[in-house]
Write a protein that binds this ligand. Structure first.
Ligand code: NAI
Ligand code: MG
Length: 501
């Protein structure tokens, strides 16, 4: 088997990061923040600063938005669809060619295991571009017969929505950044992208690759910085036509309010508290490991993490024991440590949050079946928490109702076989992002799938995102959809044109 990375590449990356702060990418050029300010970038595996990045604020966002507007009115606006597709395919190739560096940056920055970084950051991003490149030449309007007197030729146009502000979180930084820009570019929009302050590095690298691919200046601008400064400036800016955001429900709500200024279009992909329902006839050899990795994968920092496990009482002990056994053997460590299956949490803030939730669970009467504590000592200098399984958890407890965004599983049993009763329990959440169902009886599986209030339902299969499959939330998990046709169309405005003949 090939080694996941070469140590000399890692040394080069580290030296390069230590040498100078990462800069903003505005109008095709790398520039420092107008204020000259930078912020520290911390390795979550060690808690140590290993890089820094320009701290963009209102002035930088304004320059980026103006550059994006010029590109929209100029070179990018005039680029024909097939050429847009070609550039996007070129960028996909460059991402793959730079895959090792991107995966290392992602793993250092976010803490995720290098193999996950390779798969999620590099391959996932390239596939987002390839899928959406196909749409560039396939965005169409329709012809319509209006019922007005006389004879008419009426049709719709789908035009780019304009300048898009893309705000992404830190849990899958690179693939999310690419998943935001790819459909927007296909639709003919220009972009101001802001990565999360915890994980700016792969987005900056993306800027280099965008320049190398030959996109016109200003087509994609990348401003690193804090949410309250750079992020808020995007949402407030009257020159931004749409904001696409992935992150917390509370920030999503703040964005909705702020977007009212100029009625920006808004797509929001927010939190979740996704149920996993295991029926007594399920294939447990598959369901148990999937339930475990559905919450421990990426240390639970996944919007669609299966954080509420519902198991039929006849197999409850067996399933919980199985998940607990997996937790006990899970190799927790730094993302670059060979064999690591689960990395650290992204930040001290996230560690405090997750440990706070575990403590609240204990206070509210939950039992910690396994885990429950911070991991410390040799090799665990950063923000490590044990994979945790809670039992005795019921709706109404904070650990069951609120998004933890850590490797903490709540477990509930159901005795009733009535699908409506099971659906009611699974739907007892203000969120509605995803759900998993495990059963060999497809009639039960599909009946439950229809009753679940969530944007994504999987039967007998685990996680993963596909650029063709719409992704988004019911209820407080968001507004609109990303991916698929809906994801591209979300970057267009419809115009109805009528000619009296
Ligand atoms: P957050 O939602 O505050 O941050 C996500 C992004 O939004 C970052 O780029 C941040 O800089 C930006 N941002 C923050 N405040 C902003 C504002 N006022 N205006 C514009 N942009 C702003 O999430 P945070 O604080 O990092 O994490 C808190 C919790 O959010 C997590 O524990 C988790 O529950 C949830 N979360 C959910 C994610 C998802 O994929 N649905 C991703 C990240 C966090
Ligand atoms: Mg926040």
């Amino acid at each position: 088997m090939n080694a996941p990375f070469s140590p000399s590449t890692l040394d080069k990356i580290r030296a390069d990061l230590a040498a100078a702060p990462r800069q903003l990418f505005i109008d095709g050029k790398f520039v420092p923040a107008a204020s000259g300010e930078t912020f520290d970038v911390i390795d979550p595996a060690t808690g140590q600063v290993f890089a820094s990045a320009a701290s963009g604020d209102r002035q930088d966002i304004d320059l980026a938005v103006k550059a994006a507007r010029r590109a929209l009115d100029g070179a990018w606006g005039k680029t024909i669809p097939s050429q847009r597709a070609r550039l996007m395919l070129k960028l996909a190739e460059l991402i793959e060619a730079n895959g090792e560096e991107l995966a290392l940056l992602e793993s250092l920055d976010n803490g995720m295991p290098i193999m996950m970084a390779k798969f999620a950051a590099v391959m996932g991003a390239a596939e987002q571009l390839r899928y959406n490149a196909g749409w560039a030449t396939k965005i169409t309007g329709e012809t319509i017969d209006p019922s007005w007197p006389g004879e008419w030729h009426s049709f719709t146009l789908r035009e780019p929505v304009g300048v898009v502000g893309s705000i992404v979180p830190w849990n899958f930084p690179f693939v999310m950044a690419v998943a935001k820009i790819a459909p927007a570019l296909a639709a003919g929009c220009t972009i101001v992208l802001k990565p999360a302050e915890q994980t700016p590095l792969t987005a900056v690298k993306l800027g280099q690759l965008i320049a190398e691919a030959g996109f016109p200046d200003g087509c994609v601008n990348i401003v690193t910085g804090f949410g309250e400064k750079a992020g808020a400036a995007i949402v407030d800016h009257p020159g931004v036509d749409k904001v696409s955001f992935t992150g917390s429900t509370s920030t999503g709500r703040a964005i909705l309010h702020a977007a009212a200024g100029n009625f920006k279009r808004v797509t929001l992909e927010l939190g979740g508290k996704s149920p996993v329902v295991i029926f007594p006839d399920a294939d447990l050899e598959k369901a148990i490991p999937a339930a475990a990795m559905g919450i421990f994968g990426n240390a639970g920092q996944v919007c669609a993490a299966g954080s509420r496990l519902f198991v039929h009482e006849s197999i409850f002990d067996q399933v919980v024991e199985g998940v607990t056994r997996r937790a006990s053997t899970l190799k927790v460590g730094g993302g670059l440590t060979p064999g690591t299956e689960m990395g650290p949490l992204v930040s001290q803030e996230q560690l405090d949050r997750v440990l706070g939730y575990i403590a609240s669970g204990a206070e509210e009467g939950a039992t910690v079946g396994i885990g429950g504590a911070r991991l410390e000592g040799e090799g665990y200098g950063g923000y490590f928490v044990q994979p945790t399984v809670l039992t005795g958890t019921t709706a109404g407890m904070k650990v069951v109702d609120e998004e933890i965004f850590g490797p903490v599983l709540s477990t509930m049993r159901f005795g009733d076989d009535d699908i409506d009763t099971i659906a009611k329990a699974a739907n007892a959440s203000e969120y509605g992002l995803a759900a998993s169902i495990w059963t060999r009886d497809m009639s039960s599986g599909l009946k439950l799938a229809k009753r679940i209030k969530a944007g994504t339902v999987r039967i007998n299969g685990g996680g993963g995102v596909d650029p063709a499959m719409p992704l988004g939330g019911f209820k407080q998990s968001g507004w609109g959809r990303e991916n698929g046709r809906a994801g591209v169309e979300a970057y267009t405005e419809i115009k109805a044109v009528s000619v009296a003949l």
